[in-house]
Design a protein around this ligand. Structure first.
Ligand code: 13P
Length: 266
């Protein structure tokens, strides 16, 4: 960063402005039927139409097409929660990046800890998925994070390093403008326990340093890195005040229009 960039950066931080456009993304997981999704959006849209952050919702596959229609003309973008890395083929039960792109999906959550833990997804597979997403012009939201056991063993940073290294393997010369990373400590997901804002900021700053090492500094400075894990209306503001935290990936609280709107309009 040049001296001028540095001065601009400190001025912006003083004014509480963000260097990168914040993202608030809702991961609806396996919740909300098509009908419930429609009802929720009817409530949500008027509450967030003046928002200055980038808002993304990630519903389940069966709601994507209808939700895309409902979001037309709004400031909310559409994301999916998983995909296969191949374009087509004999992969029963899987969904291709081509199919997602065709119906208007822009973002794709990859490597969520629930996929890692419950469905055995591993870093090499996530790496293939990231490459496929970028190839098809989808923005991957790569999730990384340590379990409680790993945190107690004091190996959080090693785990994050390994996840980032393996998931981004071979991407050095790729255009990574579209990449978003989410730091989601597994012990904070759905538990009501949030990482302290300082801890979250430190790990995110570490992730940015890794991106700078593995890819390059310019890309690391541009990449939005979100925090996820029990983000609620009452803790979003303090998290967003931290210089390194560029937004939030929200689970439970993104299912209620009022709560999600409060988080978006923090
Ligand atoms: P909660 O906000 O429910 O803890 O979920 C976080 C999450 O897993 C988002 O991807």
């Amino acid at each position: 960063m040049s001296k001028l960039d540095n001065r601009l950066r400190s001025l912006k931080i003083k004014r509480g402005e963000k260097m990168r456009k914040p993202i608030i993304a809702g991961n609806w997981k396996m919740h909300n039927t098509l009908f419930e999704s429609g009802e929720m959006l009817k409530e949500l849209l008027p509450l967030v139409n003046k928002s200055s952050v980038e808002v993304i919702i990630c519903p389940n596959y069966t709601s994507l097409t209808e939700i895309f229609k409902l979001l037309k003309g709004s400031n909310i973008k559409l994301g999916a929660q998983n995909m296969h890395y191949e374009e087509k083929g004999a992969y029963t039960g899987e969904v291709s990046p081509v199919f997602l792109k065709e119906i208007g999906v822009d973002y794709i959550i990859l490597g969520h800890s629930e996929r890692r833990k419950i469905f055995g997804e591993i870093d090499v597979i996530i790496n293939k998925k990231i490459k496929a997403a970028l190839k098809h012009n989808l923005s991957p939201i790569l999730c990384v994070g340590e379990t409680l056991e790993e945190r107690e063993k004091d190996i959080t940073y090693e785990i994050i390093k390994k996840q980032i290294e393996y998931c981004l393997e071979g991407l050095k010369d790729t255009n990574l403008d579209k990449l978003v990373v989410a730091y989601e400590p597994v012990w904070a997901i759905g538990t009501g326990k949030t990482a302290t804002k300082e801890d979250a900021n430190d790990v995110i700053s570490f992730i940015r340093r890794l991106l700078s090492e593995y890819i390059n500094k310019k890309m690391a400075d541009k990449t939005r890195i979100l925090y996820g894990g029990s983000v609620k209306p009452n803790n979003i503001k303090e998290l967003m005040e931290m210089g390194e935290i560029d937004g939030a990936l929200v689970g439970g609280a993104s299912l209620k229009a009022n709560d999600f709107a409060k988080i978006i309009n923090y």
